[in-house]
Design a protein around this ligand. Structure first.
Ligand code: ZN
Length: 122
């Protein structure tokens, strides 16, 4: 019987399978570090902690990494992480209100139009 030995982990390279970019945090490259909480959440990992950041957005901690909760909620619903071109808007303009009914997935153009409507009503 031959037992395969695990290859040694290279701490300088991203741990994400198939990625050989330089690891910067927790042995993940910048891209995969940003993906990681979304991947975990989609696969059932719970939110460990929440906080409001300086822009008034709620950040959620999943697997020890902070990310934007409103994007996380929509990603969890879709079962995939969001593309950079996909934007989640707060319909009532309250960035901390992450009730599902207050969130809507749109694109950059839709988000810009949404901001414009806010300016018009101010
Ligand atoms: Zn990577």
């Amino acid at each position: 019987m031959t037992r395969g030995r695990k290859p040694p982990i290279n701490p300088k390279v991203c741990l994400f399978r198939g990625c050989d970019a330089k690891g910067i945090q927790r042995h993940l490259c910048r891209l995969h570090y940003n993906w990681w909480p979304f991947e975990l959440y989609i696969h059932g990992e719970p939110i460990e902690a929440r906080k409001v950041n300086g822009q008034g957005y709620v950040e959620a901690n999943v697997g020890g990494i902070w990310c934007l909760e409103h994007r996380l909620i929509i990603a969890g619903e879709l079962g995939r992480r969001l593309e950079h071109s996909e934007v989640v808007i707060h319909l009532d303009y309250d960035n901390a209100n992450n009730e599902r009914s207050n969130l809507q997935l749109t694109d950059r153009r839709g988000a810009a139009a949404h901001r414009l409507r806010q300016k018009e009503t101010e």
